[in-house]
Design a binder for this molecule. Structure first.
Ligand code: NAP
Length: 286
């Protein structure tokens, strides 16, 4: 079997067109969707991520504000900036790029973001809303994975999904979303004994570990759907995922590539969340 590729770049382009249309429609009602991105310090990877997010906003007509601060910014000053943005009516989404310098308590900063502007979906209120099935913002990466499954028309009802990784931003929310769609979910992590025994039973595998070749062809049931969230570098310095793409694509029915898979979808779901926040604001102030 040679797996079909789920092209995250193509799906993103499609979804971003829809975002753009909705942004324009909202603007005719006098509201311009706005995202504030706060970057503290000079982490190279963070600078690239932030640049891509701002660029994506520009392309879809979302107003974006990029605040760059020195690594020496105090926690109190950062919290003050977040509070100011919470009260800024031109801003519907606030994103504080992680990681933050060690002297700043990242969780405290995330909890300072008003939940209605928490477009990253990391606030405890957003996590609670996802857990209980209430409206709220879903973290962008797992949300993007769900959109990819939806795009191929895959019904999760009764399927066995295995999530590898249990972080608060990917693995755990991913498991919740799959559960909400009636999959039977297994979550694996670094203390899992015999990962292969679990993945071999899976109809859907989401790998979110951050290590190359965590999932190889011998660990995948023929016909399974494989979503690769990982972002790693190979020996030549090229971007690669957690999945041995060459091998697994011979066994799986669908697979996401790296690059061009989950990565672009993450940014797209940030745009979607920001737009939805602006749309909710429009309804609440109508
Ligand atoms: P993380 O916080 O480091 O979590 C990694 C998870 O993998 C942990 O739960 C860890 O288990 C588990 N793990 C480690 N080694 C394992 C092993 N050998 N077998 C099974 N599980 C193992 O990472 P993250 O933030 O979730 O990100 C995961 C990957 O996704 C990274 O490569 C990251 O760069 C990438 N990512 C990509 C996007 C995107 O847009 N494409 C977005 C976010 C993240 P323990 O909990 O037991 O330590």
């Amino acid at each position: 079997m040679t797996a079909s590729i789920i092209d995250g770049s193509a799906l993103s382009a499609l979804l971003r067109e829809q975002v753009s249309d909705r942004v324009n429609a909202l603007q005719t009602r006098g509201i311009k969707a706005g995202l504030a991105v706060i970057l503290v310090g000079d982490n190279q990877a963070s600078q690239v991520y932030v640049r891509n997010k701002v660029k994506a906003c520009e392309q879809t007509g979302i107003h974006s504000v990029l605040e760059k601060h020195d690594a020496t910014l105090s926690e109190a000053d950062l919290l003050a900036r977040v509070h100011a943005l919470n009260h800024d009516n031109s801003i519907h989404g606030i994103l504080v790029q992680l990681p933050l310098p060690a002297h700043i308590d990242a969780q405290k900063v995330i909890e300072a973001i008003a939940p209605e502007k928490d477009v990253d979906g990391f606030h405890v209120a957003s996590a609670g809303a996802l857990m209980t099935g209430l409206p709220g913002f879903w973290p962008c990466t797992p949300h993007g994975c769900m959109k990819m499954l939806e795009h191929i028309g895959y019904s999760l009802r009764g399927k066995h999904a295995v999530v590898i990784g249990r972080s608060n931003i990917v693995g755990k929310p991913m498991a919740m979303m799959l559960l909400q769609q009636n999959a039977t979910v297994t979550v694996c992590h670094s203390a899992t004994v015999d990962l292969k025994a679990h993945t071999l039973q899976a109809d859907v595998i989401v790998a979110a570990v951050g290590k190359r070749n965590v999932l190889t062809a011998d660990m995948v049931k023929p016909g399974a759907v494989v979503i690769d969230v990982g972002m790693n570098r190979d020996d030549e310095g090229k971007l690669c995922g957690d999945v041995d793409f060459a091998g697994v694509s011979q066994v799986a029915s669908y697979i996401t590539p790296v690059p061009g898979g989950v990565g672009p979808m993450t940014i797209t779901m940030l745009l979607v969340n920001t737009l939805e926040s602006a749309e909710r604001h429009a309804i609440s102030t109508a």
